[in-house]
Ligand binder design. Structure first.
Ligand SMILES: NC(=O)c1ccc[n+]([C@@H]2O[C@H](COP(=O)([O-])OP(=O)(O)OC[C@H]3O[C@@H](n4cnc5c(N)ncnc54)[C@H](OP(=O)(O)O)[C@@H]3O)[C@@H](O)[C@H]2O)c1
Length: 344
């Protein structure tokens, strides 16, 4: 049986593919030509190249696959740029739709689609579970809107007879972070003494180990048409900085910028930077600051009760991410010793 994984060059996909290979499966990965596909270098996988927006290419890519993990998405914290919004929509919503329709047409027996906590309704005073509806009139990033639409596409495909399950991810932390992710870059910058400030807040995190296990459980035991939230632990940013300090041996930045101040700075930057430097990666946008200030918590009892999901440890995930970055030379652990210059 061949298992197709989309988004295999990404953080989740890189970890999921390794786990599937360890479990003895035959894996096909859907990649894009011209992308950074380092995450699958040296792995014993079948590679197919296609963009999810190309329905015919997706149809060809899934031939002969019985199970699909659809992890790919355009993950973005940007807002207010129409061309970018269209791209996020096309990749996430149309791409998912193309994949699910191809799966239906080819008799694929089960598909697990990665969801996002940002598309689960927000409850200000208690953790959100799968029953809290997404409020379309809330203040959402384009990415968050599309992840809600992705769930809608899944339910339409389920109504048409597809066995599809949504595995909802929280903010991912952990190893095999090749691009690296925004959280991974934050850890790298922290460890290299290049993080000059931080913003208090809080979010629900999931380790790569746990979100991979969640996807496997969703495939093995998830009820068709259902969604399951997988989280490891809620952390405030101050707690996260504490773990970074323990693991890296470095101190957190002295500058702790209050959320409302950072929101003003980020809103100003939102209005200027995307137009001048559209490709520039940004740690903070006003949307990202807002999300941190929501102190969003998740309730994953459904996954625990129905699937037997058991979260592990975020600290361990951060240690594994740190070790991965050290191995790849992205974190300098020793201060280079100045060479004495040779006598003339
Ligand atoms: N990271 C998080 O904290 C987080 C939190 C909640 C939910 N999630 C969800 O988890 C999943 C995986 O996230 P991640 O962190 O692994 O993301 P990631 O590292 O950014 O990887 C995204 C992957 O999707 C692929 N992709 C994007 N658009 C595509 C398209 N049009 N056609 C084909 N492939 C496309 C990318 O391929 P290229 O390399 O070619 O760009 C890449 O492999 C996503 O569904 C995301 O929404 C992530």
């Amino acid at each position: 049986m061949t298992i197709l994984v989309t988004g295999a060059s990404g953080h989740l996909g890189a970890n999921l593919v390794r786990r599937l290979l360890e479990d003895g499966h035959s894996v096909r990965v859907l990649l894009r030509q011209g992308s950074n596909n380092t995450a699958v270098d040296g792995l014993n996988v079948e590679r197919v190249y296609s963009d999810l927006r190309d329905a015919n290419a997706v149809l060809a890519a899934i031939q002969g696959c019985d199970h699909i993990y659809h992890c790919a998405a355009n993950v973005s914290i940007l807002d207010g740029i129409p061309e970018l919004q269209q791209e996020i929509y096309d990749c996430n919503v149309i791409g998912t739709r193309n994949l699910l329709q191809a799966a239906l047409a080819n008799g694929v027996s089960k598909v697990v689609v990665t969801g996002s906590l940002s598309a689960v309704g927000y409850h200000p005073t208690q953790p959100s579970d799968e029953t809290v509806p997404f409020n379309p009139f809330g203040n959402h990033l384009p990415y968050e809107f599309t992840k809600s639409c992705v769930e809608h596409e899944c339910l339409k495909a389920f109504a048409d007879g597809l066995n599809v399950v949504i595995a909802v991810s929280c903010a991912i932390l952990g190893t095999n972070d090749f691009k690296p992710s925004r959280m991974g870059k934050t850890l790298v910058d922290f460890a290299n003494g290049k993080l000059s400030a931080y913003v208090p807040g809080g979010f629900e995190f999931v380790s790569t180990r746990d979100i991979v296990q969640g996807h496997i459980l969703a495939m093995d035991k998830g009820r068709p048409g259902q969604k399951y939230i997988f989280s490891t632990q809620f952390l405030t940013v101050d707690e996260l900085m504490g773990i970074f300090e323990e693991i890296t041996g470095k101190s957190r930045p002295r500058l702790r910028i209050p959320g409302f101040v950072m929101a003003v700075i980020a809103t100003t930057a939102d209005a200027i930077l995307p137009r001048l430097f559209p490709q520039m990666p940004r740690r903070f946008t006003s949307g990202a600051v807002r999300i941190l200030q929501m102190y969003r918590r998740a309730d994953c009892r459904k996954a625990k009760n129905e699937l037997g999901y058991q979260p592990t440890s975020i600290r361990q995930a951060i240690q594994e991410a740190y070790d991965h970055f050290v191995r790849r030379g992205m974190i300098q652990t020793v201060t280079p010793v100045m060479r004495a210059s040779a006598p003339n």
